[in-house]
Design a binder for this molecule. Structure first.
Ligand code: UDP
Length: 237
């Protein structure tokens, strides 16, 4: 086993990361592009739990803004995360990894139910655990689910894979002069309303001293850098 800074991590992946340039749905090429990095980390002995978003398919807030009941819309959002989880499972298994999807909404024909002790057992066996259906409750997000699962599964960090290199003072896509931070405190993120994770997730991480690393997962080798403690992205701690 190489020198690891983080031996067990919670990898949060937003739904949009699966959509590639299409911006919607699941792009198999994009999915397999970053799954290679997950294989690399798993082969180094890192225990990986993942929480996958659903924004590439359905977002409860947007649907409720157009008149749909918020709770119903959120349940649809959670179902969308299950589809993404199964897509990532398929891609990882094609690359030879052993995986389990554990859903916060029971769907026994599709995947296992989320049971904390079972999730830990899978991690100890070297299986990648993909946590689906968020927290199982409406009015939450998959960012909050990621923070919650990180605490429950006793991971050493939440690592958030994005399309940009880290956390910036303004949106780097629209502001070429945006400056990236190497390190931030939880309070910096909350006070400056930086787009790291939503405030519920950041607060939960702060209360439990769980570091958050935001990095570009489309740069080959970046996940390896994060787990071995090399500089890649922004760390919030
Ligand atoms: N969602 C929810 N409870 C949860 C997690 C997710 O109701 O615990 C719903 C919510 O409607 C959200 C959607 O699922 O908009 C998709 O999740 P999210 O927006 O967090 O996905 P991401 O932005 O990471 O792709």
């Amino acid at each position: 086993m190489e020198n690891l800074r983080f031996k067990r991590v919670l990898f949060k992946l937003s739904g949009e990361a699966l959509a590639g340039n299409k911006g919607f749905g699941i792009d198999p090429e994009t999915v397999s592009a970053f799954c290679g990095q997950i294989v690399e980390a798993a082969e180094m002995g890192v225990q990986l739990a993942m929480v996958i978003g659903g924004g590439n398919i359905f977002r409860g807030m947007s649907a409720s803004a157009s008149g749909m009941d918020r709770a119903s819309a959120d349940y649809m959002g959670m179902l969308a995360t299950v589809m993404n989880a199964v897509a990532v499972q398929d891609a990882l298994e094609k690359l030879g990894l052993c995986t389990r999807v554990l859903s916060a909404i029971t769907m026994r024909e599709v995947c296992e139910p989320y049971i904390r002790r079972r999730a830990i057992h899978h991690l100890e066996k070297g299986r990648v655990v993909i946590c689906a259906a968020g927290t199982g409750n409406p009015y939450f997000t998959t960012d909050t689910a990621a923070a919650l699962r990180a605490m429950e599964l006793k991971t050493q960090a939440i690592i958030k894979g994005t399309k940009v290199d880290g956390v910036y003072d303004k949106d780097p896509k629209t502001n070429p002069d945006a400056v990236m931070f190497d390190r931030l405190t939880y309070m910096d993120v909350l006070e400056k309303q930086l787009k790291v994770m939503d405030s519920t997730a950041v607060t939960l991480a702060m209360d439990n001293s769980m570091p958050i690393v935001v990095f570009n997962m489309f740069v080959p080798g970046n996940l390896k850098k994060v787990v071995t403690g090399q500089k890649a992205g922004t760390i919030v701690e």
